[in-house]
Ligand binder design. Structure first.
Ligand SMILES: Cc1ncc(C[n+]2csc(CCOP(=O)(O)OP(=O)(O)O)c2C)c(N)n1
Length: 321
């Protein structure tokens, strides 16, 4: 039995539902022409975001990715401000100017999402260096994809973090593809986690669709980091149900493959476990799901009734003043 309170387990389920419903709603609003640009959905990957962030304290840090809605919600972002940002409203996190890939919430420890693949790695290593120099015991989790693990910045970041023994946990969300490129064709090794050995840090592979496995592995890594024992690399094997972004024709994978992964739904799996262990009843789970739906409905109402940015403010935030 995992060592997590019932209250926390149910909160984890609610966060997973909130992420799922947020993204499904964003997808729908995009289809109705209410959201412009593009976005990268993480439907199917909810267990990696929630399982990784649940072991953190509120003042610990995360650095996110271009597929970061789940990370933001799991770290406690205001879902109403997120939805307002998606709809380009003045009440959004970037006053409606950034869209889905630019949500930062530094007060909540979220150092930001980024459209630059691997861009969160130097940010996270820098934050961890700052924590070490300040002598506080904050830990930083750095999220990135399997594609990012083939970039120079990944190797530079892990190397420095290991040399300086920084309090950072590298969480690779291996969703099997970088855009349309399958991992098997882009890496000579089977697991990204094997690369940890080059930097003398623990490298662990977990089933990224099992929120409890993710939680346990990341908890251990967070503990090590907090005790001054340096970084770890956790690879979560998972899958995104939707295309890479809104412009993806999905010609690189079969419908059967997607359907097979949908059968490994991380939310259904966690619920089954909660029921089997007698931690929650069907009614309680339904209430959690209904609450998450309500959070999203409220967020949409807030966003839709929020003001558009005034054209007079178009130059604000472009140059430092
Ligand atoms: C530095 C950089 N190179 C290339 C791109 C274009 N690009 C955007 S997402 C992506 C794939 C990233 O794959 P992965 O890191 O596995 O993350 P996933 O999309 O699978 O979550 C690429 C190549 C970019 N945004 N930034």
């Amino acid at each position: 039995m995992v060592d997590i309170s019932r209250e926390k387990l149910l909160d984890m389920l609610e966060k997973m539902y909130t992420i799922r419903y947020f993204e499904q709603k964003a997808d729908e609003l995009f289809g109705r022409g209410k959201i412009h640009g593009t976005m990268h959905l993480s439907v199917g990957q909810e267990a990696t975001a929630v399982g990784s962030i649940a072991p953190l304290r509120p003042n610990d840090y995360i650095a996110s990715t271009h597929r970061g809605h789940g990370h933001c919600i799991a770290k406690g972002a205001d879902v109403r401000r997120m939805m307002a940002e998606f709809l380009g409203k003045e009440t959004g996190y970037c006053r409606g100017r950034g869209g889905s890939m630019h949500i930062a919430d530094v007060e909540a420890g979220n150092l930001g999402a980024t459209g630059v693949v691997g861009g969160g790695i130097p940010t996270a290593v820098g934050a961890a260096l700052a924590s070490k120099l300040a002598g506080d015991d904050k830990v930083t989790i750095c999220f990135f994809g399997d594609g990012a693990a083939n970039l120079g910045i990944f190797h530079e970041g892990l190397n420095l973090a290991a040399i300086w023994q920084l309090p950072v946990v590298f969480v690779c969300e291996n969703n099997q593809y970088g855009m349309s490129m399958p991992v098997q064709k882009s890496m000579p090794v089977k697991d990204v986690a094997e690369r940890a050995a080059s930097y003398a840090m623990p490298g662990v592979v977990v089933d990224g669709n099992d929120v409890l496995q993710v939680y346990e592995a990341v908890s251990e890594a967070v503990q090590r980091a907090r005790e001054g024992k340096g970084p770890s690399l956790i690879e979560c094997k998972t899958y995104r149900w939707k295309g890479h972004s809104k412009s993806d024709q999905e010609r690189y994978r079969t419908r059967e493959e997607v359907e097979a992964w949908k059968k490994k739904d991380p939310i259904a799996r966690f619920q089954k476990w909660l029921l089997e262990k007698g931690i929650a009843t069907e009614e309680e789970i339904e209430a959690i799901s209904a609450r998450a739906r309500q959070i999203i409905e409220d967020a949409v109402a807030f966003a839709e009734t929020s003001p558009e940015p005034s054209p007079d403010t178009i130059m604000e935030g472009v140059y430092a003043e």
